[in-house]
Design a protein around this ligand. Sequence first.
Ligand SMILES: *Cc1c(COP(=O)(O)O)cnc(C)c1O
Length: 229
Amino acid sequence: MSVIATNLQAVQRRIDEAARAVGRNPETVGLLAVSKTWPASAVEEAARAGQRAFGENYVQEAVDKIGLLRDAGLEWHFIGPLQSNKTRLVAENFSWVHSIERGKIAERLSAQRPVGLPPLQVCVQVNVSGEASKSGCAPAEAAELCRRVAALPNLRLRGLMAIPEPVEGSDAQRRPFRQLRELFETLRSGGLPLDTLSMGMSHDLEAAVAEGATMVRIGTAIFGERNYL
Ligand SMILES: *Cc1c(COP(=O)(O)O)cnc(C)c1O
């Protein structure tokens, strides 16, 4: 068995155990394999092991890979910071965007989504770490941004996403995830039809699953340590 296939199994086992530990059905936690910086061959290897959903952060790198793997039946999620001048490529090539932090970007994605493709599935990214992190809207702004996104014709609002600062220890890891889940529940009670909590990475997936993650985004634990250029 390949290293990537072995790693995928180990990650799935971690998800299963974390879910069972809090009485959740492991099947309610989806696995997004984060393939940024890794070549198409690594994605193919994961796909051969049964993985279908892949996350990418860099638009041009992702579009190249998506083109190479056009016929593999994979689902691509954009999870990185998104500038206005890159929205068209994202609207044309991805099924999901997890990193909506401004209404203007959402409006461009909706306007640029090609006719004939299903709506782009999106999550609003929330900054639950306060000053320490620059990405995501403030928790107090999330309701308004979600309503704005939900009204756009070619987007389908699915949920919330966060990337908390890396910290050690289960209690400290769980705090921001709990904050995101409570915000999610508040927005749902307010009538927004959310079903996705995108949270948890290689180092903190157990804490995220314990707090209700429905999609964990895992790179390093599947593909290995990244070498940035
Ligand atoms: C890189 C990245 C991940 C994966 O992180 P790992 O620590 O390698 O598992 C998840 N989410 C986002 C938004 C990322 O940029």
